[in-house]
Design a protein around this ligand. Structure first.
Ligand SMILES: NC(=O)c1ccc[n+]([C@@H]2O[C@H](COP(=O)([O-])OP(=O)(O)OC[C@H]3O[C@@H](n4cnc5c(N)ncnc54)[C@H](OP(=O)(O)O)[C@@H]3O)[C@@H](O)[C@H]2O)c1
Length: 343
């Protein structure tokens, strides 16, 4: 299938944690484009971002940009900004791939993990918007989908250990500054997090819902149902930890059908987007620092849960800025270009 033309691509929120990764990944994966545009807030207008192999790009102001003639825009400017500008861009004929939470539960907007439900993209024209899932849901479903296909997952119990970069570049600075302050015996300043994050963990991500769960936990429940299967039950506890990059998860699955650990290992060995490192020995498992900057979702500590029938435990880690955000949006752009924008 030959491409009609090389698409014009815009990266919105290009100066942020996720936006910078999007630019790097576009370069790494050698995405062919006619023009690449970087956009951010008015304060960044005219600044230059370095990305990829010795490349740089000048940032424009989103509020001044006309999306007519731009084929694909990857948006990561925060939910409020996306809610205003993504529909405008979509109306101007640009396909928006949105990284924020704003459109994820909209039934008319496909919510897509490239390895899990690329077929959902067939409905993207309804609003001209595609949503990228939450960074924790993303890693979880890359690992759970191949097991669900084989053994049918009934229930997921997941506890997350989420890095500070998941809350943006200022949140990552807060961990750095608090750590420095503690060593220098200075006062700890907290702005982005509700409690001290340095040398601490915080069981609170996003706002509280009426029933006591947080919005981050609510997102994992609803996004899993939308992407994978509405019959799967999920309960989550989402925790922020003093790690700069990569989200980890302790996952417990209950299957409908019987399984063996060998079968699970065989499935994990060949599943798309997944790497298994599981040796039941010192260092025979992954930790977040080892996964930062890498594309796959990693699984370790695979073992049967003997307290329920057909129960399985494992540990799962992925770079929240790559597979958790930027990489998946670029993979969606690749599928759109190959399967929908070509003749
Ligand atoms: N970090 C993650 O792991 C992750 C994962 C999945 C989804 N997301 C979502 O992706 C979005 C961005 O996250 P991030 O971590 O990259 O945040 P970030 O590092 O704080 O970056 C925010 C970006 O948005 C831009 N921006 C802010 N206000 C704007 C405005 N009025 N107009 C245009 N651009 C504006 C900023 O530009 P300036 O530099 O000019 O202010 C910056 O480029 C969030 O909605 C987040 O929930 C993040």
């Amino acid at each position: 299938m030959a491409s009609l033309k090389k698409p014009k691509i815009a990266v919105v929120g290009a100066t942020g944690n996720v936006g910078r990764e999007v630019l790097d990944i576009i370069d790494e994966r050698e995405i062919q484009f006619s023009e690449l545009v970087a956009l951010a807030s008015p304060k960044s207008k005219g600044t230059t971002i370095d990305y990829g192999e010795n490349k740089s790009i000048v940032v424009g102001d989103l509020s001044e940009y006309d999306f007519s003639g731009t084929d694909i825009a990857i948006f990561s400017p925060g939910a409020k900004v996306s809610s205003e500008y993504a529909p405008k861009a979509a109306k101007q004929g640009c396909i928006v791939i949105d990284n924020t939470s704003h459109f994820r539960t909209d039934p008319e907007v496909p919510l897509v993990v490239a390895e899990v439900n690329p077929e959902a993209l067939k409905n993207f024209r309804t609003k001209n918007i595609v949503a990228n899932p939450n960074c924790s849901t993303m890693g979880l479903l890359v690992a759970v989908k191949p097991l669900h296909d084989q053994f049918k997952v009934k229930r997921i119990v997941v506890s997350t250990y989420q890095s500070v970069s998941g809350a943006g570049k200022e949140a990552a600075d807060e961990l750095f500054n608090q750590t420095k302050s503690i060593y220098a015996n200075e006062a700890v300043v907290k702005e982005r997090f509700t409690k001290q994050i340095a040398f601490n963990v915080i069981p609170h991500i996003d706002v509280f819902m009426e029933d006591g769960q947080t919005k981050e936990e609510w997102k994992m429940f609803h996004e899993t149902k939308k992407i994978l299967d509405p019959n799967i039950e999920l309960t989550a506890t989402c925790v922020r930890v003093p790690v700069f990059v990569s989200h980890s998860m302790a996952v417990n699955l209950e299957f409908e059908n019987a399984y063996t650990e060998d079968q699970v290992r065989e499935i994990f060995k060949t599943a798309p987007g997944l790497k298994m490192i599981d040796y039941r020995a010192d260092e025979g498992y992954v930790t977040p620092v080892e996964c930062a900057g890498l594309d796959p979702v990693y699984v370790s500590r695979i073992r049967r849960d003997n307290t329920i029938q057909n129960g399985l435990n494992f540990w799962c880690v992925s770079d929240n800025l790559r597979k958790g955000a930027a990489l998946n949006t670029v993979q969606i752009a690749e599928i759109l270009i190959k399967d929908y924008l070509s003749s």
